[in-house]
Design a protein around this ligand. Structure first.
Ligand code: ADP
Ligand code: G6P
Length: 476
């Protein structure tokens, strides 16, 4: 039986006691050049964080394989039981590229680009959310925990509750949750809140987001506030709280300790011309990440003569992302133009002040980049968490290096020893880059030790454990 036919039945009872439901599976379908099919790790922080948790846990992960009309039978990959939900090409356009990434993503990130509202996109969102809910209803055992992930699936909690009232349903939002003034613009604000309120526990990256959610819930639904973190609706309590996500520190530390990773890091520095300072940005190519602002600051530092291409190199790694969405295409053009401009203006034969890599790398290569870089530049205009900042810290087992971090990333709440910056303030950003580049080694070590302690004490296993405990009514 294919998942599609499984999902059309809405009666109780599969075999999984823990089910994760996310838009994407942790692996994407790829076609190799020899014509054979395979799998590769899916992009983004959600998968980076949850995959290590689910590898150590019996349970199923329900999601889409990343290409149209594919629904392989449930399969096992990379230590996880995976159940695929099929999306047609039109659903990818309307539900994923459209409603998720051109309607919801902008207002949830301060409307950095305008949101688009189309009723047929909403219809696809409702329909596809119901398909995911039905798949979860089919796979979950009696009384199971179902943990729904992220903004693409905000209707699933209520749709699933209607199908399977026996389940414990958690929802975690990986991205920011906007203030009421921005959320109010959504023509479907009431339905989205009702969808989320189907969960028993709704988790956010930051306290402020949980507060926004509780305020908005009482504004647009009959929910009544009964405590600082709870509302009651239809006689049910719904809790909202912050659970800042983290990473698998052991995985990154193991890679960073490996001699071959360290040798690769040393080779990278040589390939870059052994400059005194290597600065590194690693991001999905997304307008929320502040890449343009960063490049502007770098270009001004070069123009002012505060840095020279002989002694400092900026490496910007930009993972291709959502390439069919207009705002992402425009961003790519702008960034590539600007990189060309900076290198043309300030480069010499044998030096390029910016190395721009529009590509995805495997984990060992990424960790080697972290080890090769003196400064991690993490300056999003708005970001739910930003795991790259935490990964850089986890990789620096030598307690060296510094982090320039936007105060608008969730990670700023935990990495308080980073050089914190407002990325809109270009002069402030330039000063922060120079401060990080010239930070004395003892100061680097003091700050890095403190940030590493934070990340090691609160890794992703603890994040997941606390969320699930809270969902089981054992909130600390
Ligand atoms: P987002 O979830 O918005 O993409 P995060 O910083 O939270 O942002 O997570 C990004 C994840 O993707 C991190 O685990 C990071 O290591 C990974 N990543 C980012 N860029 C690349 C790349 N070019 N190649 C491989 N992995 C990448
Ligand atoms: C962010 C979102 C995830 C998403 C990821 C990659 O991390 O929170 O839900 O999966 O970006 O984006 P994509 O659109 O490629 O899934």
């Amino acid at each position: 039986m294919t998942l599609h036919s499984m999902a059309s039945s809405e009666s109780a009872g599969g075999g999984s006691s823990v089910v994760v439901v996310a838009n994407r599976l942790p692996v994407d379908r790829v076609r190799h050049s020899d014509g054979t099919d395979g799998w590769k790790r899916s992009p983004g922080g959600l998968v980076s964080a949850l995959a290590p948790v689910m590898r150590k846990q019996d349970g199923s992960w329900i999601g889409w394989v990343g290409s149209p009309d594919e629904a392989p039978e449930p399969f096992h990959s990379d230590g996880m039981d995976l159940v695929a939900v099929s999306l047609s090409a039109e659903e990818i356009e309307h539900y994923y590229e459209g409603f998720s990434n051109a309607t919801l993503w902008p207002p949830y990130h301060d409307v950095i680009v305008p949101a688009e509202f189309h009723r047929e996109w909403w219809d696809a969102y409702v329909r596809v959310n119901r398909r995911f809910a039905a798949a979860a209803a089919e796979v979950a055992s009696e009384g199971a925990i179902v943990w729904v992930q992220d903004y693409q699936l905000q209707l699933v909690p209520m749709q699933l509750r209607e199908m399977r009232p026996d389940l414990k349903i958690g929802f975690f939002l990986h991205i920011p949750f906007p203030p009421g003034e921005l959320f109010a613009q959504l023509p479907w604000r009431r339905q989205i809140m009702q969808g989320l309120l189907g969960a028993d526990l709704v988790g956010f990256q930051r306290e402020g987001a949980a507060g926004n959610f509780l305020d908005i819930a009482t504004r647009y639904t009959p929910a009544r506030r009964v405590s600082s973190s709870q509302v009651v609706i239809d006689g049910r309590r719904v809790t909202a709280a912050a659970f800042p996500i983290s990473l698998d520190v052991d995985e990154v530390e193991t890679l960073a300790s490996d001699e071959s990773t360290q040798a690769r890091a040393a080779a990278m520095r040589e390939e870059l011309g052994s400059p005194q300072h290597v600065l590194l940005g690693v991001d999905r190519l997304d307008y929320t990440k502040g890449i343009r602002h960063r490049l502007k600051a770098w270009s001004e530092l070069l123009a002012d003569g505060d840095v020279t291409p002989q002694d400092a190199v900026f490496v910007q790694v930009a993972t291709p992302s959502r390439e069919r969405v207009d705002a992402y295409q425009a961003l790519r053009d702008e960034i590539e133009l600007e990189v060309g401009h900076i290198n043309g203006e300030h480069g010499t034969i044998g030096t390029s002040p910016i190395h721009y890599l529009h590509s995805t790398y495997d984990r060992p290569e990424l960790v080697a980049m972290f080890l090769a870089a003196d400064v991690a530049v993490v300056t999003p205009l708005r970001d739910g968490m930003n795991l790259v900042a935490k990964e850089y810290v986890a990789a620096r087992i030598d307690n060296r290096g510094s982090v320039v971090l936007s105060e608008f990333a969730g990670a700023a709440d935990q990495l308080t020893d980073a050089v914190l910056v407002n990325p809109h303030d270009i002069d402030g950003l330039k000063a922060a880059l120079l401060e990080a580049m010239h930070m004395p080694e003892r100061e680097q070590e003091r700050r890095m030790r403190s940030m590493r302690n934070q990340v090691k004490n609160y890794d992703v296993a603890r994040w997941a454990g606390e969320f699930i405990a809270c969902l089981r009514d054992e909130c600390q």
